[in-house]
Write a protein that binds this ligand. Structure first.
Ligand code: GLC
Length: 541
């Protein structure tokens, strides 16, 4: 297989940075672009190929940058356009690609487009957003609900109509059925692509088109009040995943393809059968519709094996897979599956077939940090308190060192550090080969050096109980991945000679380089990546 024929993003490891929490350099307790510049050598040493930055654009920060008031500038909190230009060129010099967050579904209510749109019914930008008359009783036009609680319709006194917001009232939805909106947003993409950014992660891609007839969403019979966020009272049948969204995506992709080697990633939370439609007809949609299935699967070998198989089976021909273990919206993996299993999760993420995305801090096993009530910042938690939807705990500062505030800032960070920051930081973990940080580095390197891990086919190996086994194969190179998802030791034995080979990576690091016999003993929460000897042929492949 010729490497040069492979698009870069198929063999890349992507790393998500939440800029507020990565590295502060100006002492305001919030991360900034110069902080990311300072940490580029760290990212190179970690071995990742691309970084994706959550939004850095001017914003009133009601939803921490996902409410944008100017798509083509940098928020002063993060720095200046010249900082950005420097970040981009330094990243490229060091061999790192840079992906930006593109938020096309909604703007900030302070965006000049919306300020204009709400000024009068006859505003030339009125139709850039979604305005409707009240229902006959004066109430909202229909039953559509906001993701962050309450009706998705906000009344505007001055003009006597409601506007639609899928998220906060401060995040009015753009009207993607209006060609002027499409053109303006395409130009936003071109602005950044012309600067040289390597692609976009597109926010809530499956939300862009809503029902033209504004029909009520069906009620959700499975809704459990007090346990589920209130927006789940209805099924988003008429507000998301509409067929026409694929035309919009094809348009985004055409803009991407005006430039060479750029990447289009879509944020899409849908079951596999719906998700894979986002590759688009003839693969002319998103290159990578994010696969979030590991974020909420039950952590049992059988469930994970089934999920991998179902995803592989659902992929369209030529559709390239991808995997995500964490992001700024979901609980940290180390808390969800426990510290020991976070090692197994890392080994899984970096040995599956498809582009892995690592969420900053997962490489040091950052847990979900409990947030005292007086420090809650997330509007979702403020609007829908007490049922565990808060996202602050997954957005806490990166922990770099044993210095004050863990080297993140010289002043009190905007969110608390984890209580164990004195030991859970890059400086300390770097001294221990068996640390999760060491494991991430060894796995990324192993992936870099193995065609089978980067490009190879995926073959499940029938396994029992807590064992999850699979083989990745490319040409004569075959790699067995053996993961113990349980808390008891286990023995991997798949025949007489089938495990014979050399350990490339073991979770503890202690077995790296060892030769394996026909069977392998795994401790609780232990995993091995084994380069199989050429003459072995694992069964059940
Ligand atoms: C996406 C973002 C999330 C944000 C929401 C609204 O899901 O990841 O952080 O709150 O969109 O923009």
């Amino acid at each position: 297989m010729q490497n040069e024929q492979i698009p870069w993003w198929q063999s890349a490891t992507i790393y998500q940075i939440y800029p507020r929490s990565f590295q502060d350099t100006d002492g305001d307790g919030v991360g900034d672009l110069r902080g990311i510049i300072r940490r580029l050598p760290y990212l190179v040493a970690l071995g990742v190929d691309a970084i994706w930055l959550s939004p850095i654009f001017p914003s009133p920060m009601k939803d921490f940058g996902y409410d944008i008031s100017n798509y083509v500038d940098i928020d002063p909190l993060f720095g200046t356009m010249s900082d950005f230009d420097q970040l981009l060129s330094l990243a490229h010099e060091q061999g790192l690609r840079l992906i930006l967050d593109f938020v096309p579904n909604h703007t900030s209510e302070q965006h000049p487009w919306f300020v204009e749109s709400q000024s009068s019914r006859s505003s030339p930008k009125r139709d850039w957003y979604i305005w409707r008359d009240p229902a006959p009783d004066g109430r909202p036009p229909n039953n559509w609900l906001s993701e962050f609680g309450g009706s998705a319709w906000q009344f505007n006194d001055a003009t006597g109509q409601y506007y639609y917001h899928a998220f906060l009232p401060e995040q009015p939805d753009l009207n993607w059925r209006n060609p002027d909106v499409v053109k303006a947003m395409h130009d936003v993409m071109r602005f950044w692509l012309a600067k040289g950014v390597d692609g976009f992660r597109v926010d809530v891609l499956w939300h862009l088109i809503k029902d033209e007839q504004f029909r009520d969403n069906p009620l959700n019979p499975d809704y459990v009040p007090g346990r589920m966020p209130p927006n789940q009272q209805v099924v988003p049948h008429f507000t998301a995943d509409l067929p026409a969204v694929h035309d919009v995506i094809r348009g985004l992709r055409r803009v991407i393809d005006e430039y060479s080697e750029r990447l289009l990633i879509g944020e899409i939370y849908l079951p596999f059968d719906r998700l894979v439609a986002y590759y688009g007809e003839e693969l002319m949609g998103a290159h990578l519709p994010f696969n979030f299935s590991l974020l909420d699967t039950r952590w049992h070998a059988r469930d994970v094996a089934k999920l991998i198989g179902d995803y592989e089976a659902a992929l369209p021909k030529g559709g390239w897979p991808n995997w995500v273990l964490g992001n700024h919206d979901r609980p940290r993996i180390a808390t969800r599956v426990g510290f020991a299993q976070a090692h197994i999760a890392a080994m899984l993420l970096l040995t599956l077939r498809g582009t892995p995305t690592i969420y900053y801090g997962d490489e040091i096993g950052l847990p979900q940090v409990p947030i005292p009530s007086d420090r809650i910042r997330d509007p979702f938690e403020k609007n829908v308190p007490g049922i565990g939807v808060g996202r602050d705990g997954a957005r806490t500062p990166m922990q770099w060192s044993t210095k004050k505030f863990s080297g993140f800032s010289t002043s009190k960070p905007w969110l608390p550090l984890s209580v164990d920051w004195r030991v859970r930081n890059v400086q300390v973990l770097d001294q221990h080969k068996s640390s999760i940080y060491g494991l991430y580095r060894r796995l990324i390197q192993a992936r870099r050096h193995s065609q089978a891990l980067r490009r190879g086919s995926y073959h499940p190996v029938v396994s029992d109980g807590d064992l999850l086994l699979y083989v990745r194969a490319c040409g004569s190179e075959r790699i067995l991945v053996a993961l113990n998802l349980g808390s008891e030791p286990a023995r991997v034995s798949v025949g007489s000679t089938e495990c014979t080979g050399k350990v490339l990576v073991s979770t503890s690091g202690e077995h790296d380089g060892e030769t394996t016999g026909p069977s392998i003993s795994l401790d609780a929460s232990e995993g091995f990546v084994v380069a199989l000897a050429a003459n072995t042929s694992p069964p059940s492949m």
